[in-house]
Design a protein around this ligand. Structure first.
Ligand code: ATP
Length: 256
C-alpha cells in the first residue's frame, strides 16, 4: 500500500520569468529510493533545491508527512529540516575540519549529547560508512570516494528520516561509484530512511532505485513516473525509453 512521505503538488518552478518545470504532481513513498532523472538542464537540481527550501516555488506545494513545507513558518521548516540528511555534489565537507569535527557539526548544533556521547556517535557513524578510525584525518588526506562517504556519515549523524543526494557519484570512477551505491542501499535498508536522489547514472538508477520521475526539458513537465525498469521497457514516451536504454556514457543526454 502506498504511504506518501513527500508529496509534490501542482508545482511550478521558475527563475525570473523563465519557467523551468510546471504542473509537477507526484508522491515519494516512505522507504522509497527515489530518483529524479531527465536530460541535462531539465531542472533536476532546481527541483531538489525547492524540496530543500533553498528556492521558493512559483506555484504549488511540497508536503512532508502531509504537512505543507512551502507554507510552514521558518521555525517549522527548520524543525522539518532537522529530520533530513543532505549530501551535496561536491561532498561539502569543511576542509579545515577533521572528519570527526565535520560529523560533529550537526550533533553540536541540534543535540545536547555530552562530548563523550558525541565522540561515540561520531566513531559509530564513521564505521557505518567504512571509515572506522579516520576521525583525525582532514578531507584533503583521503580519497574522493572516502570524502563522499564521510559526507554521508555527517548526513546520517542525526538519524534522518529522509536522505537527499545530488549526483552522489559525480566525479567517482565506476568502482567507487558502485561501492557508494551499495552503501546508500545498506543505509537505506538498515535505517528505513526515504532516499531522494538526483542522478543520471544508469547503474544507480537500475541498481538501487525503487521509483522515479522523469522531467522533460522541452515540454517543461514530468512525462514519466514509476519503477525505472518498467519505464525502460514499457514507457509510452520514446524519449524516456531511449534515456533509460542508452549505453552508459555513449549517448549525450542532450540528444535524448
Ligand atoms: N540560479 C539560476 N538562475 C537562472 N537560471 C538557472 C539557475 N540555476 C539553474 N538555472 C537554469 O535552469 C535550468 C535547469 O537547471 P538545473 O541545474 O536544475 O538542471 P539539471 O537538470 O539539474 O541539469 P544537469 O543535469 O545538467 O545538472 C537550466 O537551464 C539552468 O541554466
Amino acid at each position: 500500500m502506498s504511504d506518501p512521505h513527500i508529496q509534490i503538488r501542482n508545482l511550478t518552478m521558475a527563475y525570473g520569468s523563465r519557467v523551468i518545470q510546471q504542473d509537477l504532481d507526484f508522491d515519494i513513498n516512505r522507504g522509497d529510493i527515489f530518483v529524479i532523472m531527465g536530460g541535462s538542464g531539465c531542472g533536476k537540481s532546481t527541483l531538489l533545491k525547492h524540496m530543500l527550501g533553498l528556492l521558493q516555488p512559483r506555484q504549488g506545494d511540497i508536503l512532508y508527512n502531509n504537512e505543507s513545507f512551502v507554507n510552514a513558518s521558518p521555525k517549522q521548516q527548520d524543525s522539518m529540516r532537522q529530520r533530513w540528511g543532505i549530501t551535496y555534489q561536491s561532498g561539502g565537507l569543511f576542509s579545515a575540519m577533521t572528519l570527526a569535527e565535520n560529523v560533529n557539526l550537526p550533533l553540536q548544533l541540534y543535540t545536547s549529547y555530552s562530548d563523550a556521547d558525541r565522540a561515540d556517535i561520531i566513531a559509530y557513524k564513521l564505521a557505518l560508512v567504512g571509515l572506522a578510525g579516520y576521525q583525525e584525518y582532514y578531507p584533503s588526506e583521503i580519497s574522493g570516494g572516502m570524502r563522499k562517504r564521510a559526507a554521508l556519515a555527517r548526513a546520517i549523524a542525526l538519524e534522518p528520516e529522509i536522505l537527499f543526494f545530488d549526483e552522489p557519484s559525480a566525479g567517482l570512477d565506476p568502482i567507487s561509484s558502485c561501492l557508494l551505491d551499495d552503501l546508500i542501499e545498506q543505509l537505506h535498508d538498515s535505517t528505513g530512511a526515504t532516499v531522494v536522489m538526483v542522478t543520471h547514472e544508469l547503474p544507480s538508477i537500475f541498481g538501487i532505485a525503487t521509483n522515479s520521475v522523469y522531467l522533460d526539458a522541452s515540454s517543461k513537465t514530468m512525462i514519466a513516473y514509476g519503477d525505472p525498469k518498467q519505464l525502460r521497457d514499457h514507457s509510452d514516451q520514446p524519449v524516456v525509453r531511449q534515456f533509460l536504454a542508452r549505453e552508459s556514457g555513449s549517448l549525450q543526454e542532450e540528444q535524448v
